[in-house]
Write a protein that binds this ligand. Sequence first.
Ligand SMILES: Cc1cc2nc3c(=O)[nH]c(=O)nc-3n(C[C@H](O)[C@H](O)[C@H](O)COP(=O)(O)OP(=O)(O)OC[C@H]3O[C@@H](n4cnc5c(N)ncnc54)[C@H](O)[C@@H]3O)c2cc1C
Length: 376
Amino acid sequence: MSDVNVVIIGDANAGIITANKLRMHTDNNVKIKIIGNSEKIYFKPDGVLIPFNDINYKETLKNTDAVLTYGIERIRALATKINPEDKYVSLDNGKTLPYDYLVIATGDRLVPEDVPGYNDDVYHYYDLNNAMKTKEGLNNFKGGKIVIGPASMPFQCPVAPSEFVFELDKFLTGRNLRDKTEITLIMPSDDVLPFKPVSDFIRNGFSEKKINFIPKFKDPVIDGKTKEITSGDNKLKYDMLVLIPPHKGQKFITDSGLADETGYINVDKFKLNYKDYDNIYAVGDAINFPFKVGALGHSEASYVANTIAKDINGNLTSDLYDGFMGCSTVFMDNSGFTLSFDYNSKPTVNYAGKTDYFLKYISANVYFSSILSGIL
Ligand SMILES: Cc1cc2nc3c(=O)[nH]c(=O)nc-3n(C[C@H](O)[C@H](O)[C@H](O)COP(=O)(O)OP(=O)(O)OC[C@H]3O[C@@H](n4cnc5c(N)ncnc54)[C@H](O)[C@@H]3O)c2cc1C
């Protein structure tokens, strides 16, 4: 059998799962190459625990080489252009890489510069360095007004801002600072989540913990001198501002003509392929889906790896992607709950317990041992 080249762009969550799963399902004539220049892979969901000393960042960081299965070639470079007609990827080292199948798994780009006034005194926890910086900021915090929220939609993990404020409430209570602190969560959307029963449940938690919630807080502008953040007529004073930067897809995807200026790729929601190309797929946050969630990337990567393997092995497939995701969420007082849904169902929640918080707490272990490796 002649060689088949599968090229995956993006060497983190969805890209690595695709590569590892595909390696399991295919023979050696299938050459799997993964493009990216990451030294380490970081489990981003722990960004809601690290600022509060709930977890040591070292437990949540691994060498990228160590999580890739034997038989996958790493191409240490960045992709600069995709050429769908001629089936090759251009790299920043001047080389090109031909493919038979291409999987794009390049995630998001944080663009704080899109918010007027965003400056070095503004915190966030959407990468490891900034989660550590937020931890330092919180350790020095002596009370006052904390405003937190995403600057715009979409952003990774729609529940991460709620998780942060519940963790913050617990952290401040433990330091006897809760009575001296006003916590306000701002959201650009109409509600916490687009699922009313779950939003109701979370908002009840905000009321119980005296956390202010302001929806429809769009297009924020920051004034670092007066320490104010404004959306339209709504002006909030802050002593500490934790603003999740706007998200976009990667610019080279726009430059390649595969996406508009947002950088996110439109795919067939049941097949995950790009337009009428049956050899170009996208997985994870690179897709133009409203939810940017690692658990979704996991199920997408599993589906695409399976589809490509079946295609190469000559097996007919009529499987359609079902949009499944399941993920544990932090709630108040060391409790949590787990949401799961797909294209045909909506999530709901009735109860938050300690077991689900524990599930969240050990997620990095499950992730590195079983999910990234392709076992789950
Ligand atoms: C604070 C926080 C909490 C979260 N909580 C949860 C949670 O509880 N549950 C959950 O399921 N998800 C959660 N998420 C979301 C989850 O982490 C992301 O959805 C997931 O990491 C996206 O995976 P990805 O592979 O699509 O993108 P990424 O993990 O961002 O990986 C993209 C990779 O592509 C590489 N890349 C980019 N451009 C190029 C290029 N030009 N060439 C080559 N490589 C390139 C990058 O270097 C990176 O390695 C959370 C995220 C954050 C920030």
